[in-house]
Design a protein around this ligand. Structure first.
Ligand code: AR6
Length: 178
């Protein structure tokens, strides 16, 4: 499913964040130490190879809501943006912290003048953020920022299950008014 937001296209697909061959930067749902882990972080580090963890060493630890950028090494992308989402029920205010992950990631995209970025549903796995609320926050944040993003042409959400994709589609229809 596709939406037009200012000058950019927002896509919602089901897939694997580590297999986005036509995207310049992929976003990692990282841990504070920027080490490999489960879920998205595991898939990204496995596909990028051990050089990614090495490149992350001097940038860690990061704070909740912060984002940092590295090369993507063996991934089919140029860059990885690592952001630390809030743990639901622990890191507060959680909605603001989750919004900051998307804002800070998109600031890096803008600074590096990238044309395309792919996001997973940050915090909705090990960090237990409910998918519907997370979808609303991420889509609203991008909608608010869209007019200020100059270079980027494509933002893609890569959802891991059909169920999560359906939730995103439903929320996007309401929030982005297709
Ligand atoms: N591609 C796209 N989405 C995925 C993939 C994938 N390959 N694998 C899982 N998801 P999570 P978090 C979905 O746990 O909640 C890690 O161990 C998943 O279904 O990766 O921010 C880190 O090291 C869920 O919807 O990230 C951290 O310690 C979403 O991606 C911690 O988990 C996010 O799940 C971060 O937790």
């Amino acid at each position: 499913m596709k939406f037009k937001l200012a000058k950019l296209e927002l896509q919602l697909i089901k897939g694997d964040i580590s297999a986005q061959t036509d995207i310049e930067a992929v976003v990692n749902a990282a841990n504070a130490q920027l080490k490999t882990g489960g879920g998205v972080a595991g898939a990204i580090h496995r596909a990028a190879g051990p050089e990614l963890e090495e490149a992350c060493r001097d940038l860690a630890p990061i704070q909740v809501g912060e984002a940092v950028i590295t090369s993507a090494f063996k991934l089919p992308n140029q860059y990885v943006i690592h952001t630390l989402g809030p743990v639901y029920g622990e890191d507060k205010p959680e909605a603001e912290l989750l919004a900051r992950c998307y804002q800070n990631s998109l600031h890096l995209v803008e600074e590096c003048q990238l044309k395309s970025v792919a996001f997973p549903a940050i915090s909705t796995g090990a960090f237990a953020y409910p998918i519907k609320e997370a979808a609303q926050i991420s889509l609203k944040t991008i909608k608010e920022m869209a007019a200020d993003l100059k270079k980027i042409k494509l933002i893609r959400f890569v959802l891991y299950s059909s169920k999560d994709l359906e939730v995103y589609k439903n929320e996007a229809k309401k929030i982005l008014k297709k």
